[in-house]
Design a protein around this ligand. Structure first.
Ligand code: URA
Length: 278
């Protein structure tokens, strides 16, 4: 007899096997491709015991959980950040050490953006990194047309009214001037489509070049363009911290769902807000 506590959500078990992200696993379940002990399961909340239940996807046994792999790639511009592209553009697939590793990208970078792209076979960590509740910080080094005025920096720090809603406060740092253009460093925790470009476009400074230099606890460092490397154990462990269950934290007043880390902004706080009232 298996106790309920030992049972895990089916989509989580599939993601852990390195087959797909949790979201893709949910799609597999909903489309009727998953059986547990011979029975087709289409209900997402279904809990299973991976040690005893026979789980199959499209008739094939679920492989044993793959060991975690985490890789960062310095994506060049002119390459899509996915493994396949319906439009036939070059993808990151040929840049990976072994295409057979079954790693998938965590989020996206635009076709013309560069920089740090995390890839993993750990669907749980990937999903957590992308979930808005975790507030994972991402830093971009951006070349823009013109130079940001102090008032514009203030607007970025407060949040901008984009067409899909107000942006959360950003951290902003001027990073250099180059003739009619300039460099700026922006840190945000949101991940809306073309967000940084749209924020700067809104202020009248179109983006000329955009490079992600930090993703949560990970730094691009001096990884050459187009090169990739596996994370060190220290980096991988820092990333896994995102799965650490809720803990009361002085800053959180009990509302956080994850333990705050240096690289994940406090859910309640903002980059401009001071200490919460006690
Ligand atoms: N913001 C953008 O506008 N583009 C990216 O590729 C990443 C963040």
């Amino acid at each position: 007899m298996v106790h309920t506590e030992e049972k895990i959500r089916l989509q989580k078990v599939i993601a852990r096997a390195g087959i797909s992200s949790r979201r893709k696993a949910e799609e597999l379940i909903q489309s009727g491709q998953v059986t547990v002990n011979g029975e087709v399961i289409t209900t997402l909340g279904t809990r299973v015991d991976p040690a005893h239940d026979h789980i199959k996807i499209s008739g094939k046994h679920l492989p044993a959980p793959a060991p975690d792999m985490f890789l960062i790639l310095n994506k060049p511009a002119g390459v899509v950040s996915t493994l396949q592209d319906p439009e036939g553009r070059p993808t990151i697939k040929h840049m990976l050490p072994k295409p057979s590793l079954r790693l998938f990208p965590v989020g996206r970078l635009d076709f013309d953006s560069e920089g740090l792209l995390l890839l993993t076979n750990n669907g749980e960590v990937a999903q957590a990194c992308l979930h808005p509740s975790h507030h994972v910080l991402k830093t971009y080094l951006i070349k823009i047309k013109g130079v940001l005025e102090d008032t514009e920096i203030l607007q970025l720090k407060k949040g901008l009214p984009l067409e899909d809603g107000q942006t959360a406060p950003a951290k902003v740092r001027k990073a250099g001037k180059a003739e009619a253009n300039s460099w700026v460093e922006i840190t945000i925790h949101e991940g809306r489509k073309h967000q940084v470009k749209r924020m700067l476009e809104y202020l009248g400074h179109p983006v000329i070049r955009l490079k992600r230099i930090q993703f949560g606890p990970l730094n691009l460092g001096n990884l050459p363009l187009g090169a990739s490397r596996f994370l060190t154990d220290k980096e991988a462990n820092a990333l896994r911290q995102i799965l650490v269950p809720a803990e009361k934290h002085p800053r959180s007043r009990g509302t956080r769902t994850t333990k705050p880390a240096r690289w994940a902004e406090s859910k309640r706080g903002s980059t401009t807000r001071r200490k919460p009232k006690t």
